[in-house]
Design a protein around this ligand. Structure first.
Ligand SMILES: *Cc1c(COP(=O)(O)O)cnc(C)c1O
Length: 231
């Protein structure tokens, strides 16, 4: 694990990237949230984020997040799930996470709704869409999104904040650009059709955050550029 000073330097570098991407896209800095991804790092990574004023963190596994939530019970961050969730772990996920960004199937959507209801919560979610049509990625297909959103809006214990995508890993930046613009256009179409805001577009990571900001991302999920490579 890196030191807090190293983290601070990394954060300054990421911040400069965000500022210049916002400038190029003629967007305000405040229109994009930086969410540190603390997966595969100890709870100290979450502590660093909080010390730097970054109050939402991304985790990709229920088990790992559960132990960090326990260890870091003095921390006041929002925990967000960004990794694929098996529907049999929906109960734990609802108990632990403040938002689930990786809702990628009807079955999971139904389970989360039921668990949220049982636990007396209203759970904020994002619908994950595989706009890059990457066979290695989870997420609804674009042509499934209308029915997914309809089901999510009808789920009384879920609150749909917006959409999330992960671009295919590819050296050609056009691939990520297409996936990100695809998500934004899909959001615009769905928002109009269902008369909902869907304000959140969670897209962009260490390697493609500039492309995502240019395409309209409201939240970038950054791990490697802040904490170094995962052990
Ligand atoms: C790991 C992960 C990230 C962060 O990726 P980096 O390239 O390390 O910035 C973002 N989003 C998801 C869904 C991830 O699993």
């Amino acid at each position: 694990m890196i030191s807090y000073d190293e983290f601070s330097q990394n954060l300054a570098t990421v911040e400069a990237r965000i500022v210049s991407a916002c400038k190029r896209a003629k967007r305000s800095r405040e229109s994009v949230l930086l969410m540190p991804v603390t997966k595969n790092h100890p709870v100290a990574a979450v502590d660093y984020a909080q010390r730097a004023g970054l109050l939402s963190v991304g985790e990709n596994r229920v088990q790992e997040a559960a132990s960090k939530v326990k260890e870091g019970s003095d921390l006041a961050v929002r925990w967000e799930l960004i990794g694929h969730l098996q529907s049999n772990k929906a109960k734990d996920a609802v108990a632990i996470f403040d938002r689930v960004q990786s809702v990628d199937s009807m079955k999971l959507l139904g389970r989360l709704n039921r668990q949220a209801e049982e636990q007396g919560k209203r759970l904020p979610i994002l619908l994950q869409c595989n706009t890059g049509e990457d066979p290695n990625k989870y997420g609804f297909r674009v042509d499934e999104m209308e029915s997914a959103l309809e089901a999510a809006l009808n789920a009384e214990s879920l609150e749909v904040d917006g959409l999330m995508t992960i671009a295919p890993l590819d050296d050609d930046p056009e691939i990520a650009k297409t996936a990100f613009i695809g998500l934004r256009e899909l959001r615009d179409q769905l928002a109009e059709r269902f008369h909902v805001e869907l304000r959140e577009l969670s897209m962009g990571m260490t390697g493609d955050l500039e492309i995502a900001i240019a395409a309209g991302s409201t939240q970038i999920r950054v791990g490697t550029a802040l904490y170094g490579s995962r052990g």
